[in-house]
Every structure is written in C-alpha cells, then in structure tokens.
Ligand binder design. Structure first.
Ligand SMILES: [Zn+2]
Length: 327
C-alpha cells in the first residue's frame, strides 16, 4: 500500500502589494536615474571628463538592476502554460543575465577610457558644467533615495529601504566627480581619470554581485540556511518524526520546495493528508516567499515503529545525510 500526499498550489498569478508598489518605485527610479545619466553623458562628451562618464554609467547600472523586477511583474500576470508549467519565473533571471552583461561592458568601457586619460592626461573643458552635472547626479540619486525609503517604510519593505540607502550613498559618490573638477582647475589632470577608474570599479562590482546572484538562481542554487529552515519548520509540526530529501530552488523571486516527512505513528489516509497540509503551512509561514510546497507524507509501519515506506523511498533516492552535506 502506498500513501503519498502531494500538496501544491498553482504557480503564483499575481505579485503581492509590496511588489506592485516596488514596481511603481522602480519606474520612478529608472526615469530619474536615466535622465540624470543622459545629462551627465552629454556634459561628459562635450567636456571630456571621464569621471563624469563613469558616474553616468554607474547611474545607468543602478537603474538597470531593477529591470528584472519589472520583467517579473510583467510575467506574473501570465498563467503557466503547457510549455512553461512552472510559470515564467526564470525569465526574470534571463533578463538579469542580459543586464549583468550590459553593466560589465559599460564598466569595462569607462575603466578603459579612464586608463587612456591616465596615459595621456588632459585638462578637461567646461569645469563649471561638469560641476553642475556632478551636482545633478547627487540630486538625482537623493530623489531616488527619498522615493525608495518612503515607499519602503510605507510597505514595510526592508530591501526597498536598503536600496534607498544605496542611492543616498551613490549621491555622495556622484560628488566625487568634483575632485576631477578641482584637479582640472588647479592643473592636476590625473585626478579626473583616477576618480573615473574608482567609479568604473564600483560599477564593475555591481555587475559581479548581480551576476553571482543571477547565476546561483539560474543553476538552482539556494542560499545557505534555507533547507535547514524548511527542515525545522516541518519537524515543529507535532507527529512528524523525520524529514528528509529536502530540496528547494528559485523561480524568479519565488521559491519552490519539496520534501518527505515520516509520521510517528500509523494514521489514516485522510489524517496523513492533514499532517502534510499542516507541514506545508508551517513552511509557508517560515519562508514568506515560498510559492509552491510539495510534501510527501509517509506513515510509519504498524508494529515495529519504523517506516518501511520511507526506507524504500530513501533507497530509491539517497540517504538523508547525503543531502545535508550539500547545504
Ligand atoms: Zn550604486
């Protein structure tokens, strides 16, 4: 007799309120940072200031890092299909790959240009305009910071507040272009390319960090501690003796997991179904972005207190310890 209870919910069809709010903030940030960057690029091409060019690319990079969220928001309205039965979560990561390449290319470009200026130093033109553009970079980032922090506090989103603080720091980073302006006015042409290299490296690091996250998600990698959280949540349910073969992966910014649980006494089909549902609820509570949970509940065999079913299932798969070593 085989008693498997499979519990799963259809893949999400709509993002919660917080994400919808974040999407509106994203459009606002994207426009402000985009316009700021266009102005900076314009002044940079007229004056020849490479630090201003690097700052413009940094702002573009920060504007673009929100694109995958927007892609997720767009695809969240589409229902899973026979072709994409898990939904379109991975499209968010594919968009992420393209953004990472753009960010890395733009940082390579600004670093190369800055090195060129380092080898052939040149006082740049229109320092007043460059100073104005640097100040515009500060104001643009500060506006985005206020937008994100206010929306984050309103919706209780910690990550949005953190993004806002990032923009606030970036506002100060934009002012570092003033060092190049000072250099240009006082006859130190190297200051501008040095700041340019610094800003190019900042942009490069944004690309590397984002690439690492996207790569992990695309290869079904999961952050440390997630499996243990799922395991503990399942074991907290009364009547669960053992939990094994716990697996989890990302689909966009939602998570999917499956696990096997062994009940501590023989129970009816209905009752083991209820236990599995209870485990599912506990996991959802422990991990709010958990989208899809599949719990296979196995009652222990009558008499000897050990589960014949679970032993068979385990030998088909792998020993529980083997999974734990991969965490
Ligand atoms: Zn930044």
């Amino acid at each position: 007799m085989s008693i498997f209870h499979l519990h799963s919910r259809p893949v999400h069809l709509s993002l919660p309120e917080e994400e919808a709010g974040a999407s509106r903030v994203f459009v606002g940030s994207f426009l402000i940072l985009g316009l700021t960057a266009v102005f900076e690029m314009g002044i940079s091409s007229v004056s020849g200031s490479v630090s201003l060019l690097s700052d413009a690319f940094h702002n573009v990079a920060d504007a673009l890092t929100g694109v995958p969220l927007w892609v997720a928001f767009f695809f969240s309205r589409k229902k899973p299909t026979a072709r994409y039965s898990y939904g379109y979560g991975k499209f968010e990561d594919l968009a992420g790959v393209m953004i990472v390449m753009l960010v890395l290319l733009s940082s390579a470009f600004s670093i190369t240009r800055s090195f060129g200026k380092l080898l052939h130093p040149q006082i740049f033109l229109h320092p007043g305009w460059v100073a104005l553009a640097s100040f515009t970079g500060f104001l643009g980032n500060e506006a985005v910071a206020l937008l994100r922090i206010r929306a984050g506090r309103r919706t209780g989103s910690v990550s949005l507040v953190a993004d806002g603080q990032h923009a606030r720091v970036d506002g100060l980073v934009s002012l570092s272009v003033l060092a190049g302006v000072t250099g240009s006015l006082t006859g130190h042409p190297l200051w501008d390319p040095l700041v340019g290299i610094f800003l190019g490296v900042v942009t490069f690091l944004i690309g590397v960090r984002m690439g690492r996250d996207v790569g992990t998600h695309l290869s079904d990698g999961i952050e440390s501690g997630v499996l243990e959280t799922i395991r503990r949540a399942a074991l907290d349910e009364p009547g669960i003796r053992e939990v094994f073969r716990v697996r989890a992966r990302w689909s966009g910014h939602w998570m999917i997991c499956d696990l096997r649980v062994v009940l501590d006494q023989p129970v009816s089909f209905d009752e083991s179904g209820q236990r599995a549902r209870a485990v599912e609820e506990r996991i959802r509570k422990a991990i709010p972005f958990m989208e899809d949970v599949l719990v296979v509940a196995m009652p222990c065999a009558e008499g000897d207190g050990s589960s014949l079913l679970s032993k068979n299932a385990r030998s088909e798969d792998q020993e529980p310890g083997k999974y734990e070593t991969h965490q």
